[in-house]
Design a protein around this ligand. Structure first.
Ligand SMILES: Cc1cc2nc3c(=O)[nH]c(=O)nc-3n(C[C@H](O)[C@H](O)[C@H](O)COP(=O)(O)OP(=O)(O)OC[C@H]3O[C@@H](n4cnc5c(N)ncnc54)[C@H](O)[C@@H]3O)c2cc1C
Length: 443
């Protein structure tokens, strides 16, 4: 049909019309092959769209989705800008070990974002963002589970539940209050004392005396994000989607105010629609196309300790509220992740930020730490794309044909499937399962 149209138009000598006709038949190009870009590609393929994913790295899932905490936790849906959070940031400037740290050198680049971050930390805005984040997270975990089962995705993913652990010196007051608020929206949880914790996770028996209590969230899940990226990548290719690694999208090209394609290092790729899902790289790509999103990079670290099948590992992931880290079993490995450092785009690994992860693991599982020293684990750092109001940007932009799916902060694994389906439905003009307004890219 396209060839016939091409010939007809060519006979009439109308090149503009020809270009528009060819363009119409073109595919959707997605920039970024992390959790968000790949989930988006999958959701669009399921809706009959032709997709091509561009990734600057040599492999998929090599950015922030590489070695994250491995948790899918609607239970932790709250954004970082809780009322009064600014006090922690201010204090962190002189405390090298603060779990959330603001570095002076990063300040000039954070003025605009920081102002918005503070504006959104009023109790009312924080509560409404927490609820919107929870709604998307809950739907997203449901979708992830259904993709895992239907597509047989292998990524050490399972419905494990999660323990939020309060050791002596930490208070569960705040998290209980948030959990009670989200209960009305469907969050399930149980409050446990020390004996209750050991009953569901016997590997914490060694530190029972140090445990004040915990909140158990039965609907949270775990999995290896990098392995999920590869599993999704294989599924995308098997359904006829294209993934081009080692291809850098340098610019989104526009014509007559709408998307025309993507400039890569040496090529122009025509595209009817472009979706920017490039994690922290999204800000610049969009800005060059005249679209602003308020997202800043927040560095986090993880340590992955491989027990090689020689030890029984905990069944449950634990979020330790004293050290602000998570410890997640992933097959035969334990992943310990956490800390947030606003240090611009710097990805260097600071030993003083990694050693608290090893220390937390020793404190939680002293017996396991004697078998394999956690400090010998594989250290990694990644940049979370943190939006100023704590919610991702999902949907069309002001530029016709240009879409965004970015800014998922500390919850990109949790929110990937839900965000992908929401964007795909918006792009196809289909009814959406959730009200898209709180996540709008036009907000
Ligand atoms: C320490 C740590 C722990 C975390 N733990 C959890 C957790 O337990 N649960 C959870 O839900 N979330 C967690 N997160 C957050 C989660 O990992 C991120 O939100 C998520 O990975 C973001 O995915 P993304 O696809 O947006 O970004 P990325 O994974 O970074 O993917 C974007 C991709 O775009 C590519 N790209 C960028 N620019 C271009 C360009 N111009 N051309 C081509 N390609 C480009 C990049 O190379 C990259 O591969 C954690 C993050 C960190 C750092």
């Amino acid at each position: 049909m396209l060839r016939a149209r091409r010939e007809r138009v060519a006979q009439n000598g109308d090149n503009g019309q020809l270009e528009r006709a060819v363009h119409k038949q073109e595919q959707t190009v997605i920039i970024g092959a992390g959790l968000i870009g790949l989930a988006t590609a999958h959701a669009l393929l399921e809706r009959g769209e032709r997709v091509r994913v561009l990734e600057t790295l040599m492999q998929v899932g090599g950015g922030t989705s590489y070695a994250n905490g491995g948790l899918l936790t609607p239970s932790m849906a709250e954004p970082w800008n809780a009322p009064g959070a600014w006090r922690h940031f201010a204090a962190s400037m002189t405390d090298a070990a603060a779990p959330m740290k603001l570095r002076g050198l990063a300040l000039p680049g954070l003025v605009r974002w920081g102002f918005r971050f503070l504006c959104h930390s009023t109790p009312a805005r924080y509560r409404s963002a927490t609820q919107a984040s929870f709604r998307l997270a809950r739907e997203s975990v449901r979708l992830t589970r259904s993709w895992r089962e239907r597509l047989n995705l292998s990524y050490d993913g399972r419905a494990s539940g999660c323990l939020s652990l309060f050791r002596t010196g930490s208070s569960m007051h705040e998290q209980l209050a948030t959990s009670r608020q989200l209960q009305a929206l469907g969050l399930r949880f149980t409050r446990l004392d020390s004996a209750g914790v050991v009953a569901i996770e016997p590997m914490l028996a060694d530190i029972a005396r140090d445990i004040d209590g915990a909140i158990y969230f039965p609907d949270d899940e775990i999995g290896d994000a990098h392995a999920l990226c590869h599993a999704l990548g294989r599924s995308i290719i098997s359904r006829g989607g294209q993934i081009s690694t080692n291809v850098h999208a340098s610019r989104i090209s526009l014509r007559e105010g709408r998307v025309w394609g993507v400039e890569t290092d040496g090529e122009h790729l025509p595209a009817a629609r472009v979706i920017v899902a490039a994690g922290v790289g999204s800000v610049q790509l969009l800005q060059d196309a005249g679209v602003r999103i308020s997202v800043a990079p927040a560095k986090g670290y993880s340590l992955t300790v491989d027990f090689g099948g020689h030890s029984a590992l905990p069944a449950l992931p634990v979020s330790d509220r004293i050290r602000h880290v998570v410890a997640t079993p992933l097959g035969q490995r334990m992943r310990i992740a956490g800390t947030a450092e606003f240090a611009g785009w710097d990805l260097s690994m600071r030993p003083e930020r990694i050693s608290p992860l090893a220390a937390a693991f020793r404190e939680l599982y002293p017996r396991l730490a004697r078998k394999v020293d956690p400090a010998q684990g594989l250290a990694w750092a990644g940049l979370r794309p943190v939006s100023a109001d704590g919610l991702p940007f999902i949907g069309p932009t002001r530029v016709e044909g240009l879409y965004v799916n970015a800014g998922h902060g500390a919850l990109g694994f949790t929110l990937a499937a839900g965000s992908a389906v929401l964007l795909a439905d918006l792009l196809k003009g289909a009814p959406t399962a959730l009200n898209p307004a709180p996540y709008s890219a036009l907000r």
